[in-house]
Structures are given as C-alpha cells and as structure tokens.
Design a protein around this ligand. Sequence first.
Ligand code: PEP
Length: 259
Amino acid sequence: MKSKLVIGNWKMNQSFEQAEDLTTAIEDALEDFNLSTEVVLCPPFPYLELVTDHADDGAHFYAGAQNCSQFTNGAFTGEISAEMLVSLGVEFCIVGHSERRKYFGETNAVIAEKVNRLVEQQLIPVVCCGETLEQRQNNQQFTVVEEQISETLFHLPKEKIEHVVIAYEPVWAIGTGETATPAQAEEMHSFIRSLVEKKYGTETAYNTYIIYGGSCNAKNAVELFAQENVDGGLIGGASLRADEFVQIVESAETSVSEN
Ligand code: PEP
C-alpha cells in the first residue's frame, strides 16, 4: 500500500517567530517517529526558507508554497514564479484553492497555466477542487468536480499526471468545522480516481494521490484516512497547532499500517 500524504496549509497566518516555533515543534515531534507518511508544510511565502532549511534535514518532510504565478518571470509586480520556488528548495505548491478562486477570481484556465509553470519546473502541484454547498444541494458536485479536474489537469501527458496531487476540498467544509463524512469523501475520491483511470489508465490512477481537505482534525482524520481512496489530507486550521497536526500525521501512519 502506498504511503499517505499530509499537507499543512497555514494560509495567511503566523508571525516569523511563530512560524519558526511551529516548524521546529512539528519537525521535532516527527523526528521521534519512523515515518512513512510524507509531510508537507505550506507557510506564507516569506517563511518558506524556514521550512526548506528543516526539510533538508530529513526524508518525508517537504516545503510547499500556497500559490504561484501563472507567468514565467519578468514584469509582474508582486508575483512569485515557480522558478523562484525551486531556487528556494520548495517541492510542492497548492494551486486553485477555493479561497483563491473566490477572492482572487482564479479560473480553471488560470489554474491550468499555474499547473504548467509548476510542471515545467518539476514542482508537484497540489490542485484543489470541490463544490459549494449550493452545488451539492443541487446534486451538481460530480459535474463541478469533473469540470474542474478536466480543465485544470487533463491537458497533461500521462507521465506528468502521476506527479500531481489532487485535493478534494468541498467548499462548504473549509474552515467551517463541518467535515464531509467518510462516506461522502470516499464517494467523491473514488469518482475522481475513475476520471483519472478513464483518461490515463488504471496504474496511473492508482499512483495519483487524491487527498481530502475541509475541517480535517485529530478527531476525524483516522476515519477519513481509512477510506480506500483517501490518500491523505490537506489541513488548514488544524495545521497551525503542532500537537494536533502531529496527531493527524499519526492517524495517516496508523491507517496505512492497519490496511
Ligand atoms: C484548507 O484551507 O485547505 C483547509 C482544508 O482548511 P481547513 O482545514 O481549516 O478547513
């Protein structure tokens, strides 16, 4: 069975000092385990080097960014390119988070360009998808997620898609304390895997990581991660508390050893 992947998304939180303490606390706690779970911390841009410094020390611990520019380099004031991230030692980058779609008007077309910039630099895109509450109430969740995935990812060739992480994050569960039930998560993850399988074949579908995000915490992680098609989690609020984040990583570890 493949190892799980747990990604912490700190969003726009923490001072430099807090970020330093959080990184150290998580790394120290994880050092005590012989982990198979891959752990990625995604701090705000100015703190990335804190994490890459720690990431150098050990396996299974990586730095990720929360966003990147759809452009390569040049006169784009305020933007951060994929190439810059690579030069810092970053290995993962979240794109298409629902907060970026909502507050910064990111469309599937823009997200597809960001995916391209990341793939060109051999960075691993963590591509978010997920329906709003209204879409779920209208039973449109599968159509919406299929459109998001096909328009942001399915232009990639087979050899690239395995190096992409898909994060299913129902918008109604992000930061709300309301989590998808394990059955709802499994239903959508198995649907997403079937889309990848139809397009790229069974082996690629198996190898592609599909992780869950949306109010995942130390209490519900065990059951979510135990689902056959849930390969780990994208953790927002709970990743800002070292103890809780480490417990979530432990749940990922347990779910692999119990399967
Ligand atoms: C997220 O922002 O990706 C997320 C899953 O947030 P939270 O865990 O706080 O719902």
